[in-house]
Design a protein around this ligand. Sequence first.
Ligand code: SAH
Length: 456
Amino acid sequence: MKKNTPVKKNDELVATISDLTYQGMGVAKVEGYPLFVAGALPGEEVKLHVLKADKNYGFAKALEYLTTSPDRVSAGKKELVQTGITPLQHWAYPAQLKYKRKLVVDLLQKAHLSDLEVADTVGMEEPYHYRNKAQVPAREWHGKLTTGFFRRGSHNFIPLEDYYIQDPRIDEVIIAVRDILRKYKVPAYKEEKHSGVIRNVMVRRGHYTGEVMVVLVTKTKKLMGAAEISADIQKACPDVISVMQNINTEKTNVILGKTSKVLRGRNYIQDQLNGLTFDISAQSFYQVNPVQTEKLYARAVELAGLTGEETVIDAYCGIGTISLSLAQAAKQVYGVEIVPAAIEDAKQNARLNHLENLTFEVASAEDAMKKWAAAGIKPDVIVVDPPRKGLAAEFIEAAATAAPQKIVYVSCNPATLVRDIERFGEQGYSVKQPLEPFDQFPQTTHVETIAVLERD
Ligand code: SAH
């Protein structure tokens, strides 16, 4: 039988927003029952219309704001909030930074780790136009190939030209590419029929070098007119030094397929971080906010506390950005990463920067950690920077067996960070200094955090 909920569909009521979800939706609690309200901010008293009331939670629409938050700012373009590109755009930046710290504090509290301290979030001076990479879908819109984004949680396409958080030059290049694809009448991908050609346009730009890479992600192996299209792109945008085609024939939401080929120019671009130079290829991970990344890496290296004598492991090393930063201050650095192209880049990057004290391996971090532990490699410090799902339990065990003094954990998901801090606790490692949140993704609900675990 259906449990009674304190509100029903189509009810109208007044409630105060007490919190914000990870998706940036306001939360109103009615007798403890959460109602999620798009666009509403903490502290606001809102007249609500209940859209849906499930057993444990419901959704409501804001009909009228009886009070508005002093931190509410003009939302700019509503499309950007609708697409989920900038779910916090209507919230003043200092409030966003406080909220990100609170996300971490609340998760620690839930895990009974409330004695751990959390520093203030390190923010940006100009919290927009920061992204050095865009991956936008191309769809047919009023009979023409158009670039834009999807409405949040849906496949409804919304055309866009200004993405607000991307490097403005990237927005310009996307428009130029779109117009060239239109000129050559290249069909956009049609999801329902799994037909058409252009699925996505990806653009990456070096923050310091200004070098631009354009990747045309196609559903088909063949791209008719590829030579003319790529020549036109370079003519229209001389800073594009690499035009690539990536082929993704699958029915999937994953953007890039396995095969990439050069249509024109190089197959990588270069950029710099804290004075080091990096080659970046289409398929490699590279942090999207260069200004904040320099602060994040500098702090991670500082927290590693190196004197030049240490052996350091950099797990989940990508193209070696953190590894090279560590190598400048350590005796020897071992990096591991699962994507072979990223390790190719990492090796090249070590050469490019004349650093010889690095060894890179293609493997899963858990396998490499076990292998290194078995080979008797004794790291003084282990740095980890895993994807959202955090560390494998096996990795934590192997890392503890290797018995480093310190583990510097760079996390893009505080939920898995807290889980992993608990797991490290079982292995005799604990956090002794404040966790440090960094805002790598202003205007969104994401937060990056550095934690240092030390042997008890
Ligand atoms: N430290 C790098 C990359 C961090 S992103 C930087 O800051 O640029 C996380 C990286 O982990 C990605 O490059 C991803 O390919 C890699 N990865 C994901 N799962 C992995 C696993 N099980 N073992 C090793 N690397 C993995």
